[in-house]
Design a protein around this ligand. Structure first.
Ligand code: RIB
Length: 293
């Protein structure tokens, strides 16, 4: 069984479904409201565990009902929580999501996710040292992402950096990461002044640009490749990127090459969007194999 560490956010998603997205100053009537576990880190941990990896989550929640629900959800999905700490000085992170016409818009309030500091990550060093791959995103402090990139480089542990939500990154952090998986918007912020072709050529087999329902694009050292996604009817795309990242990490850690790992990741993401909620449609390994046959 492959071993994965996810260092990142755990949040409660507060999801409103509405036919109309309000403009500034406007009030509209929505159709439904639900609270479901989310946060990019937690989503990636749950997706990787469902896909069959042994997963340690390294993160923080608040000492409140949302925090308890998130911990129970990790346990229900087989994610190891030895390094998930309940902090008392911050409330659990929340994501405020409007789902409208098949698309989402999200405001994240980081809360306890800001307690995922470099000092906090050091407490989980034993798990990190045993990992086949480490996953990290950007809903935790920037200095932690920089620190983990250095740590993984020093320990020679592959690091998959999902640079979401978008922000600028130090050049060293980009260089230290083994794989970087921005969407097109995040890529243009990270590599300002370069065309997409130039970025991909500069980072062969490392930079993987996701293009939503189009697929994922990378350079294999000889030429640019698009690995197309699977056409499906999407109910909710929240968490599709997280499922993609987890699927890619699981497949790589099992020894698959980049192309087949990307196909595996695309298939997992295509299943995930067919149900409501960031984690609602994340497939189990059995469901992936069923889909494959
Ligand atoms: O990637 C999807 C996630 O982003 C949601 O679950 C929400 O928590 C936001 O952080």
């Amino acid at each position: 069984m492959s071993k994965i560490c996810v260092i990142g956010s755990s949040s409660m998603d507060l999801v409103v479904t509405s036919r109309k997205r309000p403009k500034a100053g406007e009030t509209v009537l929505g159709e439904s409201f639900e609270t479901v576990p989310g946060g990019k880190g937690a989503n990636q941990a749950v997706a990787a565990a469902r896909l069959g990896a042994e997963v340690w989550m390294i993160g923080c929640v608040g000492d409140d009902q949302y925090g308890k629900t998130i911990l129970n959800n990790f346990q229900a999905n087989g994610v190891l929580t030895d390094y998930v700490e309940t902090v008392t000085h911050q409330t659990t992170g929340t994501a405020h999501i409007v789902l409208s016409n098949g698309d989402n818009s999200i405001i994240v309030v980081k809360g306890a996710n800001d307690a995922v500091t470099p000092q906090f990550v050091q407490k989980a060093i034993a798990a990190i040292k045993r990992a086949d791959i480490v996953l990290i995103q950007q809903e935790i402090p920037e200095e932690t992402v920089d620190y983990v990139s250095e740590l993984c480089k020093e320990l020679s542990i592959p690091l998959l950096l999902n640079p979401a939500p978008a922000r600028l990154l130090r050049k060293e952090t980009i260089e230290n990461a083994t794989y970087i998986t921005p969407n097109e918007h995040e890529a243009s912020l990270l590599f300002q002044g370069l065309s997409q072709k130039e970025m991909l050529r500069r980072y062969p087999e490392k930079l993987l640009i996701t293009e939503g329902k189009n697929g994922v694009r990378y350079h294999n050292g000889a030429e640019e490749k698009l690995i197309p996604s699977f056409p499906v009817k999407a109910v909710d795309t929240t968490g599709a990127g997280d499922t993609f990242n987890a699927g890619f990490a699981v497949a790589l850690s099992e020894g698959q090459n980049i192309k087949s790992a990307l196909q595996f990741a695309n298939r997992a993401a295509s299943l995930s969007v067919q149900k409501f909620g960031a984690q609602g449609g994340m497939p189990t390994r059995e469901e992936m194999e069923c889909e494959h046959s």
